[in-house]
Design a protein around this ligand. Structure first.
Ligand code: TXA
Ligand code: MG
Length: 355
């Protein structure tokens, strides 16, 4: 699969200007380039080139009704994409950009409808990654970029993940090492009153509430899915069947997990455990027995670490031959809200509530 793309290693803090210039020239010529951001790797195209943007959907096998985020390097870049920048957007940009916040704003005439799936809004973000920012500047154009995975697969947090999914379909992957956050940006719709959180992400609801005290928790999945098509349920999924266990009583959830592991073993299935260090210790599964594969997410209290490892762990469990992946939902606060969202989608809605 990975024959084709050239993988060029770049220093994530001080990328080689010559490499960025070459990648920028490819983008201006209508080609696609995969690059690291602080959240996940993106598959970039010149956002002002409708044909290049259309190529993104083909390469990812992504439905054309799922709009893209446009990445900019400065506020002037945003102004070129929108009809106007509301005061609230300016306040959020001042507080959180560059960073993992995507704002849905009124679309300006320069943005091709292919980018926004025909919507009269455009999603914009200024990434906090020297390679992404340097690439946007080198290209001299805004960059439309979804996560650089095949549609429905876990988002890529390592260049090797991009190569595994898209290596035979694109020319260049900039390898800036593993991404920091490991989960995608938070998507906030400012085109509605009041603003709506469309996708929980690397920037937490609590952080957003420092500017927007009344911001509600994300809408029910069904409602969000209609407004923001990419938030559909089966997304970020491993090849293995995945099941998510949830419940307020840890001891009961762990007992249910242990039962599920045993049942799967009896059925001859290879079980992947996607759990915190504490849960793995409690299950006694630190030393994987036959038919058990383990992906440790790190300490339960370190939600940022769990987010950083989540998608890579899903891919690693697939790679290790797991037929069934079992995971447990963390509490819904801070990044826990984002982790629950991604785990639930990875499980394609197969959530077992243990009372
Ligand atoms: O962190 C990220 O956001 C990464 C990196 C590469 O920047 N990008 C990313 O893009 O996750 P993607 O395409 O995988 O997810 C974009 C999300 C989708 O859920 C899409 O529906 C939503 O943003 N979106 C884009 N434009 C929108 C719009 N005009 N209105 C509502 N939702 C929009
Ligand atoms: Mg994506």
């Amino acid at each position: 699969m990975s024959v084709g793309a050239e993988i060029v290693v770049v220093d994530p803090h001080h990328p080689d200007p010559a490499v960025l210039a070459r990648a920028g020239a490819l983008l201006r010529a209508g080609q696609l380039v995969a690059f690291p951001t602080e959240t996940v790797y993106g598959l970039g195209a010149n956002a002002l080139d409708a044909a290049a943007v259309t190529r993104i959907f083909g390469v990812k096998e992504r439905p054309a009704d799922d709009p893209l985020i446009v990445h900019v390097a400065d506020l002037a870049g945003v102004l070129a994409l929108v009809t106007h920048l509301p005061p609230l957007a300016q306040a959020l940009a001042a507080r959180f950009w560059p960073g993992p916040l995507t704002l849905v704003l009124p679309r300006g005439p320069a943005v091709p409808l292919q980018v926004t799936a025909g919507l009269d809004t455009v999603a914009v973000r200024m990434p906090a990654h020297p390679v992404a920012l340097g690439l946007i500047r080198a290209a001299g154009v805004p960059i439309a970029a979804p996560s650089a995975n095949l549609f429905t697969r876990p988002s890529p947090t390592r260049a090797a993940d991009v190569a595994a999914d898209l290596g035979s379909r694109i020319l260049l992957i900039l390898d800036g090492g593993p991404t920091t956050h490991g989960v995608e940006s938070t998507v906030l719709d400012l085109s509605t009153h009041p603003p709506r959180l469309l996708r929980p992400g690397a920037l937490t609801l609590e952080q957003l509430r420092s500017v927007l005290p009344d911001l509600a928790a994300p809408a029910a999945l069904g409602a969000a899915a209609r407004r923001s098509p990419g938030t559909m349920l089966k997304h970020y999924a491993p090849r293995a069947e995945m099941r998510l266990l949830d419940g307020a009583h840890p001891a009961r959830v762990l007992a249910a997990l242990a039962e599920e592991v045993q049942a799967a073993q009896v059925a001859g299935r290879v079980v992947g455990l996607l759990l915190t260090d504490e849960d793995l210790a409690a299950l006694g599964a630190r030393a994987p027995g036959p038919g058990v594969r383990v992906a440790a997410l790190g300490p339960a209290a370190d939600l940022a670490g769990q987010a950083h490892r989540l998608f890579a762990a899903l891919r690693d469990l697939d790679q290790a031959g797991a037929d069934l992946i079992l995971a447990r939902a963390p509490p819904a606060a801070g990044l826990g809200l984002t982790l629950r969202d991604r785990l639930r989608r990875a499980a394609a809605g197969r959530v077992r509530l243990v009372e």
